[in-house]
Design a protein around this ligand. Structure first.
Ligand SMILES: Cc1cc2nc3c(=O)[nH]c(=O)nc-3n(C[C@H](O)[C@H](O)[C@H](O)COP(=O)(O)O)c2cc1C
Length: 267
């Protein structure tokens, strides 16, 4: 496994966004990608997704941990890594993944946290991991390499990173779905006309999946990790004096030199 080369310290906006999310019951965000229409014009595509927090850390609900303890050696990875990268899970058959591939991985995520009167925008690139069949080995490898560059070893260098695996990291996100939600990854092909009968066996609505390595569901399950390059916070608490800040990643694209520049903007 290659070593992380990301910045040694958390991004300056991370603690505030984290604390805002912890004060918010639902973690849905809007995810924008770029598609190309029939005339090859770039067009925006947006949808709601459930934010799964900063990769690869997330607290499993007790049933998910029980499944990890029973089905994964050692109950999964030790908590050795942290990052500034938010993530969400998706189905490889949905359109957003091919849109990421054809647009240089461009993504923007937006939260409107109404209780805090705050909008957060996270602009950057995103990479999907979790292809168990390695149908596109190169894609999985380069996604892992990109993400690895921005991981930090928690609490210094003394941690045992050798035992950490990408497979266990993805399995933990799968385990955090209920058996019904894991079954969505065995649905007939998302977005295709309902009259078409799926040709692949094992697909159907309403399946409950308890096996964390269910081959049909796992073939479709992916974790998408967002590498932020620009983060913006708009605070409308005082409507007469709105506040807006942006943080831009600098460092010539080399993650080891990553530095964030903060600028206060007119709202
Ligand atoms: C509340 C809510 C949460 C959702 N969460 C996710 C999610 O975490 N991941 C996902 O891929 N789709 C999620 N969806 C479905 C997407 O909005 C969208 O319909 C689906 O991803 C297909 O989009 P695409 O074909 O453009 O990729 C969610 C929808 C809603 C309404």
């Amino acid at each position: 496994m290659s070593k992380p080369s990301g910045s040694s310290k958390p991004a300056p906006w991370r603690h505030l966004l984290d604390s805002h999310l912890k004060q918010t019951p639902d973690w849905e965000f809007t995810i924008a990608t770029v598609a190309y229409d029939a005339q090859q014009r770039p067009v925006p595509r947006l949808r709601t997704c459930g934010c799964r927090g900063f990769f690869p850390e997330h607290d499993l609900h007790p049933k998910g941990q029980e499944a990890m303890d029973q089905q994964v050696k050692g109950g999964g990875n030790l908590p050795v890594f942290e990052s500034d990268m938010l993530c969400f899970t998706t189905d490889a058959r949905m359109e957003k993944l091919s849109q990421l591939e054809s647009s240089g991985h461009a993504i923007e995520a937006v939260f409107w946290l109404k209780d805090l009167m705050t909008q957060w925008r996270i602009k950057g690139t995103a990479y999907a991991i979790g292809d168990p069949k390695r149908e596109n080995e190169q894609q999985e490898k380069s996604s892992r390499a990109e993400i690895m560059k921005s991981l930090r070893v928690k609490g210094g260098n003394g941690q045992d990173v050798e035992g950490w695996t990408w497979e266990n990291a993805v399995t933990k996100y799968f385990a955090n779905h209920s058996p019904v939600a894991r079954g969505w990854f065995r649905n007939p092909p998302p977005g295709k006309p309902r009259v078409t009968v799926p040709s692949e066996s094992g697909l159907g609505l309403g399946k409950k999946v308890t096996d964390l390595n269910d081959p049909v569901a796992r073939a479709n399950f992916r974790v998408v990790v967002i590498k932020p390059e620009e983060v913006e916070r708009l605070d409308l608490t005082n409507q007469e004096d709105g506040k807006r800040w942006s943080w831009n990643l600098t460092g010539g694209g080399c993650d080891g030199d990553a530095e964030w520049n903060q600028t206060e903007l007119w709202p």
